[in-house]
Design a protein around this ligand. Sequence first.
Ligand SMILES: CC(C)(COP(=O)(O)OP(=O)(O)OC[C@H]1O[C@@H](n2cnc3c(N)ncnc32)[C@H](O)[C@@H]1OP(=O)(O)O)[C@@H](O)C(=O)NCCC(=O)NCCS
Length: 144
Amino acid sequence: MDALAVRTEHALLPDLANARIDRRAARRHWSRQVFAPDARVFVARHGRRAVGMIGADLKIARHRYAVLRRHTYLHSLFVLPAYRGSGVARRLVGLALAWSRRRGATLAALEMAVPNRAARRLYGTFGFVPRETRFTRRLGGRPA
Ligand SMILES: CC(C)(COP(=O)(O)OP(=O)(O)OC[C@H]1O[C@@H](n2cnc3c(N)ncnc32)[C@H](O)[C@@H]1OP(=O)(O)O)[C@@H](O)C(=O)NCCC(=O)NCCS
């Protein structure tokens, strides 16, 4: 599923997102993520098969003047194409937000590619609105 998610992101942002997954690095990343105390990975299953997922990372500010003490960063939402359109993502986002609230987060944030209309609509129904925009421009040369 991670490999498919990587390909999907690359299709949306070809010059920013990798085309291929480094399986070893991915395994390291996800095992850290699964055991991190301030993070959760929610997985939707159909039988034994994982069909959807979302990650939530709790960010705790240590700065004493921080306005935002605890917020959650949602990432890696993905649903296998055959399982889309039946509320899997809605359920996953709901679970991630409920977990974040229980852990004291007062705000949820995420990033998405501008052309990703499905994600924009989904998150919009949960009340997410754009607050910052990331601008990029090419500086020439070949992508590394
Ligand atoms: C975006 C994605 C997670 C939606 O998963 P899903 O399980 O099909 O979504 P749901 O069935 O829970 O739909 C919930 C809402 O999302 C929106 N939505 C989902 N698919 C949509 C589409 N193709 N076009 C427009 N809106 C869409 C709708 O608002 C929908 O609510 P509705 O059915 O009441 O209209 C899925 O298409 C996916 O995995 N895409 C590739 C990865 C990705 O874009 N991840 C998000 C990165 S920010």
